[in-house]
Write a protein of this length. Structure first.
Length: 228
């Protein structure tokens, strides 16, 4: 009972959506609106992060009649089809790149270390400026003010062969594991795996102040229990 009271106190005034667990487009749109688009959605699973990234692109671009400049094969880790029901990477075939529509202004995250001196590193947040179809160059501006040219990357360290993709993913959502050690301005939690111990604690520790988080969906005391 004490644990339930604690969860209630943590969620009070911080609920992003209630009454259902899985977020809708309206839920994602509401969380973005409440935070002026600055929140980062944090999930337990890659499948959950991929779902929210798709919803964010829908509400920020497709629903506003913004046309994509093109589409490209993005990092396979953002493709929900590559994971089983437990959230584990399938091993019966090579992973498939994520088909990602590219919009000017789309928030992305770089997923490979290619040029540390110029901030082309794994985890760097950037914004799409242009995609040149002729040369295949995706031009982005990093949050540190560096303009980078991103080209396809061949990854042979995957099950069953290799996969070619642009080393970027949509940057609106990511897993708790991905954001371990990161300092985020604001987070919106969707704890999409039940009985994932310490998940809520780890996610909430990414922000500095009590007004910098929202929690959506169902939350249990297990999400705050110490991991063994």
């Amino acid at each position: 009972m004490e644990g339930r009271r604690l969860v209630g106190q943590i969620c009070r005034g911080h609920k992003a959506w209630s009454g259902h667990d899985k977020p809708t487009a309206l839920d994602v749109d509401g969380a973005l609106a409440r935070t002026d688009g600055q929140t980062t959605f944090v999930t337990c699973t890659k499948r959950g992060a991929a779902a929210i990234n798709d919803l964010a692109a829908q509400v920020l671009f497709r629903n506003r009649n913004r046309r994509p400049v093109d589409s490209l094969p993005a990092d396979y880790e953002d493709n929900a089809e590559n994971y089983d029901e437990r959230g584990q990477l399938r091993e019966d075939r090579a992973p498939l790149p994520k088909h990602m529509e590219i919009y000017v202004g789309l928030r992305v995250v770089l997923t490979r270390n290619r040029d540390k001196q110029n901030h082309y590193v794994n985890g760097m947040v950037a914004e799409v400026e242009a995609l040149d179809a002729a040369s295949g160059c995706l031009r982005v501006m990093t949050q540190t003010g560096r303009r980078l040219a991103v080209y396809p990357y061949t990854d042979a360290d995957v099950p069953r062969g290799r996969v070619v993709y642009y080393p970027v993913r949509a940057g609106y959502a990511g897993t708790i594991y991905k954001y371990q050690g990161a300092e985020l301005e604001h987070v919106t939690l969707w704890l999409d795996r039940k009985w994932c111990k310490a998940a809520a604690y780890v996610a909430l520790s990414r922000v500095a102040t009590d007004d910098a988080y929202l929690i959506g969906g169902e939350v249990s005391t297990d999400h705050f229990a110490p991991a063994k």
